[in-house]
Write a protein that binds this ligand. Sequence first.
Ligand code: 13P
Ligand code: SF4
Length: 338
Amino acid sequence: MTAEELYNRLNKIHPGAVLCTYTMEKCEQMISTINEINELKKERDAVILAHSYVAPEIVLGVADYTGDSFKLSQDATTVKAKTIVFSAVRFMGETAKILNSTKDVLIPGPLTGCSLADSITGEEVQALRKKYPDHTFVCYINTTADVKAACDVCVTSGNVLKIVKSLENDKIVFVPDRLMGENLQKELIRQGIKKKIVLHTGCCYVHETYDPELINFFRSQNPGLKVVSHPECHPGVALLSDYVGSTGQMVTYIKEQPSGTPFLLLTECGLNARMHYEFPDKEFIGSCSMCKYMKSNSLENILETLRHPEKAEHVNLEENVRVAAKKCIDAMFHYSAL
Ligand code: 13P
Ligand code: SF4
């Protein structure tokens, strides 16, 4: 790739933050790192999986696969290369390792956490199991391998409703996202489906901050505005949105709307940036909220990971945990294919 080709991709992105403003000079500074990463991927038989929330120069410069949690977990099962560099957060790297144990999975970012995944441990789920012995335990994919290993079925923001509706048991414990759980409860009631759902207290520190009043303000300023939000947002936000879905589902919804439509995306700004590039005929306003964990991924730490894999963070899981967690994720694949 040349600096000009990189510039032609990145100059369409203007989310407003200095971090995401791409000049030709900036592209010239980045291009040697990008090309070295792309060369090293071949030498090391590695691929890069990147969530849409990481920096645009990673998504558009070096990633082999990009998408939401569900798509990336499916991609991880098809990878032929022996090494996966997972440019996202640790629980996503763990998911890749759970599904593909023979691969070496490396995590480049220094902040590998996630406020949801860090909100509950496998031991806490085991304690809840004692309290609710006749419940089916459903966990969001934003959880550690230990938590998945202690649950019955995993879900993503894109398939949570479908899977919970398909479960035979009407008594469910859903961990860890309280707001996603509340959105789920409201949608089940709206559809006339009776399920008793026990919730945990976790929250995404990025999505929980969106305020319904923000939506009213932007609507008053932008006629025809389509508000698109993530189910990790407050139910008051979901109620005022035109569409609620996973980041992958948001992309599909945006694609289907006519040219010139203005959108307010209430999710991490990396997706906003991807939309600027993929849909230059549409307008994207506001919402520049960053996830510090996702944004701790950089071209520099990916390069360092590929230059010195022996010093990088490798995902290693105990085999019994991996097998139990795989059962939980396989149950998700089973229910989502029904
Ligand atoms: P998606 O599965 O929608 O990509 O969401 C992942 C995530 O971390 C949201 O904050
Ligand atoms: Fe976790 Fe929220 Fe960051 Fe997603 S945006 S990785 S849920 S902290």
